[in-house]
Design a protein around this ligand. Sequence first.
Ligand SMILES: C[S@@+](CC[C@H](N)C(=O)[O-])C[C@H]1O[C@@H](n2cnc3c(N)ncnc32)[C@H](O)[C@@H]1O
Ligand code: SF4
Ligand code: SF4
Length: 331
Amino acid sequence: MRLKEKIYIGLMIAKAKLLKQSIPVIVGWALTYQCNKQCKYCLLPIKKTVELNTAEVKLLIDNFKRLGTKMLIFTGGEPFLRKDIIEIINYAKQKRMIVYVNSNGSRIRDFIGQLGLVDCLNISLEGNKQTHNAIRGTGSFEQVMESAELAKQHKIKLRFTTTLNKLNLENIDYILDSGANLQAKVKFQILTDYCLGSVEKNPLLPENHKLIKVIKQLCEYKKKGKYKNIIANPLPALKYFRSLPKLPLMACASGKITFRVTPDGFLITCGESGIAANHFRIALKNKTYEQVKQILEKIKFSKQRCSCGCADRVEASMLWNLNPGAVLNRL
Ligand SMILES: C[S@@+](CC[C@H](N)C(=O)[O-])C[C@H]1O[C@@H](n2cnc3c(N)ncnc32)[C@H](O)[C@@H]1O
Ligand code: SF4
Ligand code: SF4
């Protein structure tokens, strides 16, 4: 991220704080729930949803631009299953947004020549070949590694996302070494208790003491040593996870400066509708900028606190709460 962009985001956060007004500065946008994988901890692909079409997506990007949005993180499902994904990315870039795209790596080969404008490609990596394929299906690891090599060749910034689970806790050094070799940082995520997109209990939940041991190891790596700059999570955010399974409650940035958008065009606080302190769901489809602005102005900042293990949200909330370590990590 360029200094100018960091300053803009900082100013927008300050504005939202001072005016106590929701500004969707950073938006995680699931463009589809369709997916070509069946990962063991995710049931999003079975969700049947009407999706916004290209024109509706573009209209929403226009509105976000006017509302002060600086960063769009396109996700899914698998966003590269949408035929218009490149058109959407390029449109957001025309509007001078920072664009990150999350992917399982299965279709990067088909699109790599058209991804030059993407600011960061986030590809999920579970561990070594055996572990990754056990979670994501045969051939998935090879797709990730090929995508990572292609990203390196095409000079596209790459980040791995690793969701810590009972099958990959022994793979941490492997993942960090892969990041170092492929010039990719690694963002570690905490698994939800249920499978994403459902209420089904997550079959890959790790034993807590084993998870904490790995988190402590990551904290040590982040403090010093060869992996310090490979781990993308800021140290305070990693330390926060040492309290699992009972995370301290916090004033969350979700619904204030970070938001999510669903494939059918609803603006929501975060993906955790069951536990979020201030959960709302606003239909954005076919709304004018003025209409959305009015709705956002009516959102009252909740004094309630909550907590979850979403690494991006913990990081954003630490920025929101002006945690010095999180702020320094962003500079
Ligand atoms: C929902 S996927 C969408 C993008 C793409 N399909 C992928 O796998 O990267 C985004 C991230 O969510 C993570 N994820 C899936 N199920 C999860 C769960 N139950 N808890 C936490 N993270 C989860 C995935 O590992 C992935 O890194
Ligand atoms: S984690 Fe990603 S790749 Fe796996 S099933 Fe969910 S959406 Fe698909
Ligand atoms: S702490 Fe988690 S559940 Fe609560 S609002 Fe933030 S992202 Fe949502």
